[in-house]
Structures are given as structure tokens and as C-alpha cells.
Ligand binder design. Structure first.
Ligand code: MN
Length: 330
């Protein structure tokens, strides 16, 4: 694997005539926004681009959905680009493409390593993958069209929790200002993303909230979603994105967990913390998953009931460990 910079990534992209752009499983706003922005930009520069998303696109991002194809063309591209994950387990690509021999360039702002990538540009100092794409397009001298600006803004808005997480730094605000100055309708995007919740998803929220458990004097909140709840409410797996944040928002909570039953019999554990000192990314990594300091997840080959049974103890000891002052800790 060769490590690249923004500049050398841009050179790789410029040299490819046909590019396939992929993202990660359960795509979020940053993944979809970064993919769409890069695809539109490369197309404007004359490349033939497929923006591939075989996974369901959450309804809140339906205004971006027309950029994506659910299946890949038969001919392998000159270059495959994966955005917003370096974790081989999370890459949303069909196996045929994985094995097509096309070189794989991964562009990501998480910390995990990309074992299957030929080229990697990873920079955790970026608040969002969409901001990395913006720098790439600037380097390629590609103007930010209104559609590109919309996609980039969606990425930075959602990955920074509406500019409220620690990754909403000066660079992110400067980028937002640039897009606003260009005439971007940010209120319209916020309405599409945050005020367009399907009724079924709201009914699922109600069912999930009924499962809320509080542990460790309110410092730990655990909720779950069963397949039965999805079935009864008519909501989809994609509707579960972000529901966990309701538990993190509770004043006493330091760690929030959401356990979601998957159709394949596994369960998805999502974790959120309010304090970077409580690094839930580390815990997810120990469980075979990954993520950031304050937002992470893992998929477990274990029945829902057994995860729910051991989770309070697991989280309580992780929290106690995280809060123990170490002499080396700043
Ligand atoms: Mn991201």
C-alpha cells in the first residue's frame, strides 16, 4: 500500500479515464455527500464516472439519491475510489469489483488502516470526507457547481452534528462560509436532512425509546431495536441512523448504546460518548468494529438478548477504566 497526499491523490484521479466511486455500508451524509461531490467534479473534468451505492440510501438524503447507481458497470474501471472508510469490512463494493484488478484508492478521515487499498490518503485532521473532496477538487481546479456545493455541505453538516462536535473546526466553518457565499441554500438542506422524517421512522423512535434503560446512576443509557419493531412500524434499517443520539442527549449520560437486530441474525452495536476522554472508538475496536472517539460501532455474531445481558457490565467497566486518572494522561 502506498500512502498518498491530497496532491498525489489528485494526480491519480486526473490520470484515470474511468473511475468508480464507492462508499461504506449503511452510508451516512458524509459518505454520500463526498461520493456525489467527487463524482460530479471528476465528470466535469471529463472522466467517465460511476457513483455506486448498492446499499439503501436513507430517506433524509433522498435529494442526493439521483447521483447514485445501485449496480456497477461490467467493465472494470481504471481506478476505484472508496470514500469515508478505510475499513475493508465496511466497504460497500460487490465482490466482482473487489477482484477486478482495478487499483483501489481509499480517501478517509478515520484512524483505522486500509489493508486492501493500493493507495491511501488518510487524514484524521479533516472533520469530514467531504472536506477532503473539496480540497481535491480545488487542487484539480474544478469549480464547485451548485450540485457539488450541496453535496459537500451535506457531508460537513451531518458529520459535525450540525457544527456542534469537536471536529467542527475553523477549516470546516471556513468551508461552510465559502459555500454560503456561493449562494447555497443551507436552510433547504437542513430541512431536507432533519425535517423530513418518515412517519414510520418516528413510530420506530417511539418504540425504541420504550426500551431505554439507564445504568450506573444515569451515566449509561442502553436502547435496542428488534426486527419485530422494524416490521411493526414499517421503518427500515436506514431509518435507525442517528436515533442513538436521543440517548446521548440526556444530561447525565456519558455513554449511549443502541443495539439493533440485523436481518442476517447478527446485531449492530452503536456507541456514542459525550467526552473524547471516553473513547468509544477504542471499545468498538476491541469488539471488532471501529469509529471515532465519540461515535463508533461494531457488528456482533451474538443474539440480541445475550448482548443486552452483558452490555451494562461491559460499559460500566469501560467507563470506570476511562475515567480512572492515569499518571501519563494529560
Ligand atoms: Mn465521515
Amino acid at each position: 500500500m502506498q500512502l498518498l497526499t491530497c496532491q498525489t491523490s489528485a494526480e491519480r484521479l486526473r490520470a484515470a479515464r474511468t473511475v468508480l466511486i464507492g462508499g461504506h455500508l449503511r452510508p451516512d451524509g458524509d459518505c454520500l455527500g463526498a461520493m456525489a461531490a467527487l463524482g460530479l467534479g471528476l465528470r466535469a473534468l471529463g472522466s467517465s464516472v460511476t457513483i455506486l451505492m448498492p446499499e439503501p440510501i436513507p430517506s433524509r438524503y433522498r435529494f442526493l439519491a439521483h447521483h447514485f447507481l445501485p449496480t456497477a458497470p461490467i467493465d472494470p474501471p481504471d481506478l476505484i475510489v472508496i470514500l469515508d472508510t478505510a475499513d475493508p469490512q465496511r466497504i460497500a463494493l460487490p465482490h466482482s469489483l473487489h477482484r477486478s484488478g482495478a487499483p483501489l484508492l481509499v480517501i478517509d478521515h478515520h484512524v483505522a488502516g486500509a489493508h486492501e487499498a493500493d493507495f491511501l490518503w488518510c487524514d484524521p485532521s479533516y472533520g469530514a470526507a467531504a472536506a477532503m473532496v473539496c480540497d481535491l477538487l480545488d487542487f484539480l481546479a474544478c469549480p464547485l457547481s451548485p450540485a457539488i456545493a450541496e453535496a459537500i455541505y451535506t457531508g460537513i453538516l451531518t458529520d459535525t452534528g450540525c457544527f456542534t462536535y469537536p471536529n467542527a473546526d475553523e477549516r470546516i466553518f471556513a468551508l461552510a462560509l465559502r459555500l454560503v457565499r456561493q449562494g447555497l441554500d443551507t436552510a433547504r438542506i437542513a430541512r431536507d436532512v432533519y425535517q423530513s422524517v418518515p412517519l414510520a421512522a418516528t413510530r420506530l423512535l417511539a418504540a425504541m425509546l420504550a426500551t431505554l434503560e439507564s445504568h450506573d446512576e444515569g451515566r449509561i443509557a442502553i436502547m435496542h431495536i428488534t426486527l419485530e419493531m422494524l416490521h411493526t412500524t414499517g421503518a427500515t434499517q436506514a431509518d435507525t441512523e442517528d436515533l442513538i443520539n436521543v440517548a446521548r442527549a440526556i444530561d447525565s449520560v456519558l455513554i449511549a448504546a443502541l443495539v439493533t437486530e440485523q436481518p442476517d441474525g447478527r446485531v449492530r452495536l452503536s456507541l456514542r460518548s459525550k467526552d473524547p476522554l471516553i473513547n468509544v472508538g477504542l471499545l468498538a475496536h476491541q469488539l471488532g468494529g471501529g469509529g471515532h472517539l465519540c461515535a463508533s460501532g461494531a457488528t456482533l455474531h451474538e443474539p440480541l438478548a445475550s448482548v443486552l445481558a452483558r452490555l451494562p457490565t461491559l460499559l460500566r467497566s469501560f467507563l470506570a477504566e476511562s475515567l480512572t486518572p492515569l499518571p501519563t494522561r494529560k
